[in-house]
Design a protein around this ligand. Structure first.
Ligand SMILES: [Fe+2]
Length: 302
């Protein structure tokens, strides 16, 4: 893998892995997995490896580059809840850390990221990640959570998430990110689709948000596509762009990637995200084309 790699997400769905195997096997330098998709909760609360842990590890070996035992893996968590500070959540966090440490031994994650959000309140999981207020207190909570992860994985990152409302100016989220990145060695996972989606839904120019970020701290970029919500969902008929990851990457995201990636001097990977349950035979060629296009952009970075 060169200075900047091309990544693809492995999802816990057999049809997805079968259909796309040759595409991501040849077209990706590393695999990204959500650690939670490889877990099984035991009755006593412990988290043990499920069948997809072995399936993903086997795919790493199957598509290993010459001279290496496995294709590299990176971890992208969805539910640790970086913004959770309640004492009632400490036992859950301890179980997650124990499981993540096991996963780290198995997969050797190059880096580990999670979303800038709160997904668990007093031990209860939320169905939709909620935004955090852009305050020093919220940044301090996230720094503590990330510092704990840094004791498990050699590099950690926070991802700008997809939120449908924010506390005040959406671009003030960059203040929260700057506060979190006061943690030495912490990085940013910049999700360009999430940014475009929030810009469209909440009415701001992604360029204004990007101008306020320290791009030298970006370790990984995500690209993906999504679709508008059903007009029947809201009485007003208003639609929102949804982070559904089921569609082709839109041109606005490709354009932002080409403009931003050369300025991300610490960038190590650009990952194409796709959701399980959204890939049929008719989607395979398009995803292969997207990985090839991404390869061309990454190779241009030198
Ligand atoms: Fe993402």
């Amino acid at each position: 893998m060169g200075r900047v790699g091309v990544g693809f997400v492995l999802q816990p769905e057999e049809a997805y892995l079968e259909l796309l195997g040759p595409v991501f096997g040849a077209g990706a330098d590393y695999f990204e997995i959500a650690p939670e998709t490889t877990w099984w909760p035991e009755e006593d609360g412990r988290l043990t490896a499920n069948a997809f842990a072995g399936r993903f590890a086997a795919l790493g070996r199957r598509w290993a580059p010459a001279g290496s035992p496995s294709k590299p893996f990176v971890a992208h968590g969805v539910g640790l809840s970086l913004g959770s500070a309640a004492p009632a959540d400490r036992p859950r966090q301890a179980l997650w850390h124990a499981r993540l440490a096991e996963d780290q031994r198995r997969f050797g994650f190059r880096w580990l990221s999670d979303h800038l959000a709160i997904t668990c309140v007093d031990g209860e999981a939320l169905s939709l990640p909620l935004p955090l207020p852009p305050t020093p207190a919220a940044a301090a909570i996230c720094r503590r959570r990330l510092a704990e992860l840094a004791s498990i994985c050699p590099a950690v990152a926070v991802e700008n998430a997809a939120h449908y409302f924010t506390y005040g100016d959406p671009c003030d989220e960059t203040d929260l990110i700057a506060g979190i990145l006061e943690l030495p060695g912490a990085h940013l996972l910049l999700d360009l689709y999430n940014l475009v989606m929030m810009g469209q839904n909440l009415g701001f120019d992604p360029a204004r948000y990007l101008d306020r970020l320290d791009l030298s701290r970006v370790i990984e970029i995500h690209i993906a596509g999504g679709s508008p919500s059903d007009p029947r969902w809201l009485p007003s008929g208003r639609t929102y762009l949804v982070d559904s990851h089921e569609a082709a990457v839109p041109e606005i995201v490709w354009g932002l990637l080409e403009a931003i990636a050369p300025r991300c001097v610490g960038l190590r990977g650009v990952t194409l995200e796709r959701m399980e349950g959204t890939v049929g035979q008719g989607d395979v060629a398009g995803i292969a084309d997207e990985l090839a296009r991404l390869r061309g952009i990454v190779e241009g970075l030198g």
